[in-house]
Design a protein around this ligand. Structure first.
Ligand code: TYD
Length: 140
């Protein structure tokens, strides 16, 4: 499976009308998991790189509800850059995928939905360690 299939772009339906736009995201319906955590990142600028981790347990959907940013996704072999620039699109990032978020516009509000409560211990923040784990998993 290619990284594009592992981390699909999700287009949310437009429920807007003449009064304005409306986007609805229902856990385990419009996205592949029930939502346990929501956070959002704003006031980062174009010089900042965030993320720089993989998660043993957490799955995420990233949506730029305002402005734009990019997310670089890798499984240690393939690499994919997704430009998040529409409130109606998100990208699904499953467990054990390394991600960097960067190129934030000044008005960027990056909304993140997760399937877990926060646990710092499930984060892998060292890229060499991540590559080692992925290689071990592949050879199992
Ligand atoms: P960090 O993981 O570095 O943010 P990002 O991946 O978006 O660059 O998190 C920054 C701080 O916030 C760190 O001390 C952990 C804390 N944090 C929580 O307490 N709960 C959360 O859900 C998240 C994402 C971070």
């Amino acid at each position: 499976m290619s990284l594009k299939d592992v981390c699909p772009i999700i287009q949310f339906p437009d429920l807007g009308d003449e009064r304005g736009k409306l986007v609805v995201i229902e856990g385990a319906r419009s996205i592949p998991f029930e939502v346990k955590r929501v956070f959002y990142i704003y006031d980062s600028d174009s010089t900042v790189v965030r993320g720089k981790h993989a998660n043993r347990e957490s799955e995420f959907v990233l949506i730029n509800v305002a402005g734009q940013s990019k997310v670089r996704i890798t499984d240690g072999i393939e690499e994919l850059v997704v430009e998040l620039n529409k409130p109606m699109m998100g990208v699904y990032i499953p467990k054990m995928i390394w991600k960097d978020m960067y190129d934030f516009s000044s008005d960027s509000v990056l909304l993140v939905l997760a399937n877990t409560h926060y646990d710092g211990n499930e984060y892998i923040r060292n890229y060499d360690e991540y590559l080692k784990i992925m290689l071990e998993e592949k050879n199992e």
